[in-house]
Write a protein that binds this ligand. Structure first.
Ligand code: NAP
Length: 226
C-alpha cells in the first residue's frame, strides 16, 4: 500500500517524545505506533514514579484500552519503543551521558509534551518544568544533526486575559530569562502562590516557554539557530 505523506515523513526517522504517560502524550504515542509502521525508534523520556520503574510504568500505559490495537503486535512495540530515564526537574533533563549521546545521534523529530498542568503548582517546580526544561529541550535539539522538527505542545491557557485565542504566536508578558532570574532569588516562602494568582502564573510561564521556543529556534524553518 502506498504511504501517505505523513507516513513517508516518519519513515526511518526516530522520534523523541516527552510526556508520553500523560493525556496528550499517550494519544500521540498510540497514533505513531498504529499509523506509522515504518517509523524508526520512538524514545520516551520518562521518570520513575511512586516506586515504579520505567518498564512497569510503560507496561501500565500499554494496558490502557487506548492501546488495544497496538497491543496486537507487541513485537513491533518492543522493537520500536525505547525507554529513556529523564526528569524535567533535573539539570540536563536528568539524562545519562550515554542516553544523551544516543538521542543526539539518532533522533530527527522531537515532541515536547511533558509539562505540569496543575494550576496550584509550586512556582519553582512550574518554572523548572515548563520553562527551564523547555530550554533544555532546545539545547538538546541543537545537538541533533538529523533534527527535522521540534514540536512544542502549548495551551490556550497561555493567554489567560484574552477571551479569544487564535492560532498565532503571541508575545509573552516578559522575557523568559527575566522570569527565570526573578524566580531564582525568591525564597521558598514566596513560592506559596495564592489561589487567584495561580492561573495567571501558570499562564505566564506557558507563555514564556512559547516565547523561548520562538526566540531560541528559527521558527518556520528547518534549522535551529545555535
Ligand atoms: N489536556 C488537554 O486537553 C490539553 C489541551 C491542550 C494543550 N495541552 C498541553 O499539553 C501538555 C500536556 O498536557 P497533558 O494534559 O497531557 O498533561 P498530563 O496528563 O498532566 O501529562 C503531563 C506529562 O508530563 C510529564 N511530566 C511532568 N513533569 C515531569 C517531569 N518532571 N519529568 C518528566 N516528565 C514529566 C508527566 O509524566 P509523569 O507521568 O511522570 O507525571 C506526564 O507524562 C501541557 O503543556 C498542556 O498545557 C493539554
Amino acid at each position: 500500500m502506498e504511504l501517505t505523506p505523513i507516513q513517508l515523513f516518519y519513515k526511518g526517522r526516530s522520534v523523541l517524545v516527552t510526556g508520553a504517560t500523560g493525556f496528550c502524550g499517550k494519544a500521540l504515542l498510540e497514533k505513531l505506533l498504529r499509523s506509522c509502521a515504518d517509523v524508526g525508534k520512538i524514545y520516551l523520556l520518562m521518570r520513575p514514579k511512586r516506586g515504579e520503574d520505567l518498564s512497569i510504568r510503560f507496561a501500565r500505559l500499554l494496558d490502557d484500552p487506548l492501546f488495544d490495537d497496538v497491543r496486537k503486535d507487541m513485537n513491533s512495540v518492543q522493537r520500536k519503543v525505547s525507554l529513556i530515564q529523564g526528569d524535567l526537574l533535573e539539570t540536563g533533563l536528568g539524562l545519562s551521558p550515554q542516553n544523551r549521546r544516543e538521542l543526539c545521534q539518532e533522533v530527527s523529530i522531537v515532541f515536547h509534551v511533558a509539562a505540569t498542568i496543575r494550576f496550584n503548582e509550586n512556582l519553582k517546580v512550574a518554572l523548572q518544568t515548563n520553562v527551564i526544561a523547555t530550554q533544555e529541550i532546545v539545547n538538546l535539539c541543537k545537538e541533533m544533526p538529523l533534527l527535522a522538527a521540534l514540536v512544542y505542545v502549548s495551551t490556550a491557557f497561555s493567554q489567560y486575559p484574552l477571551n479569544e485565542v487564535h492560532e498565532k504566536a503571541y508575545q509573552p508578558p516578559d522575557d523568559p530569562r527575566r522570569i527565570s532570574d526573578t524566580v531564582k532569588w525568591l525564597t521558598e516562602a514566596d513560592f506559596t502562590v495564592t489561589e487567584p494568582a495561580t492561573l495567571a502564573v501558570r499562564s505566564i510561564l506557558k507563555s514564556a516557554a512559547v516565547r523561548l521556543i520562538q526566540t531560541r529556534t528559527t521558527c518556520g524553518s528547518s534549522s535551529l539557530g545555535k
